[in-house]
Ligand binder design. Sequence first.
Ligand SMILES: CC(C)(COP(=O)(O)OP(=O)(O)OC[C@H]1O[C@@H](n2cnc3c(N)ncnc32)[C@H](O)[C@@H]1OP(=O)(O)O)[C@@H](O)C(=O)NCCC(=O)NCCS
Length: 180
Amino acid sequence: MLKGSKVGLRARHDDDIAILRTELYDDVVNASRAEGPPWRPITPGSNDKRLVVDDSAQGLVQFSVVDVDSDALVGTATLWGIDPHHRSAHIGLGLLPSCRGKGYGTDVVAVLCYYGFTVRGLHRLQIETLADNVGMLRSAERNGFVREGVRRASTWVLGEFLDEVVMGLLAHEWKPDADS
Ligand SMILES: CC(C)(COP(=O)(O)OP(=O)(O)OC[C@H]1O[C@@H](n2cnc3c(N)ncnc32)[C@H](O)[C@@H]1OP(=O)(O)O)[C@@H](O)C(=O)NCCC(=O)NCCS
């Protein structure tokens, strides 16, 4: 398990799946804001790739996020689009509603940076998020990510086009947290 100051990132357990489906992916507003494709329901027991991890997938690493002290599930974290030639990848995360605004997101980004830069030897990490997602923008900025640009009206979300912010962090800019 990867450990930060508040979270642990571990493999997906069977018990996580129903909680993540109900609290994250059944939530039309959350899913529409956090994911590219349009929302559709996930059938219980199906092998939806967001929930059931394929350990052989090369460009994608999916974690369940737990509270480091209690081991309670708090959400998901993903390194996706891993490109071994350009040594880059994207970061994604989603916390259960009751776990937001408590500092977990900032620590998840820190641990994903440790995984991306130190464990995987990547050169660049990128985050794309809606321009009004203050929690995600701040979680990234607190870890050194800089705003590189805005993709104007690029994302259709529940009846309107919204701007998306692209944030990036290079390995030599990263200041690792001592306890990641
Ligand atoms: C976005 C998300 C990952 C942020 O994680 P979090 O644990 O809630 O964020 P933190 O508690 O670490 O807060 C980080 C900063 O953002 C601020 N913040 C958090 N939520 C906020 C909100 N809703 N409105 C304004 N500020 C907010 C915090 O005050 C903190 O600010 P500071 O660094 O100035 O002290 C989490 O809220 C989440 O999972 N949301 C739903 C899914 C989602 O949006 N995923 C990202 C898709 S790209």
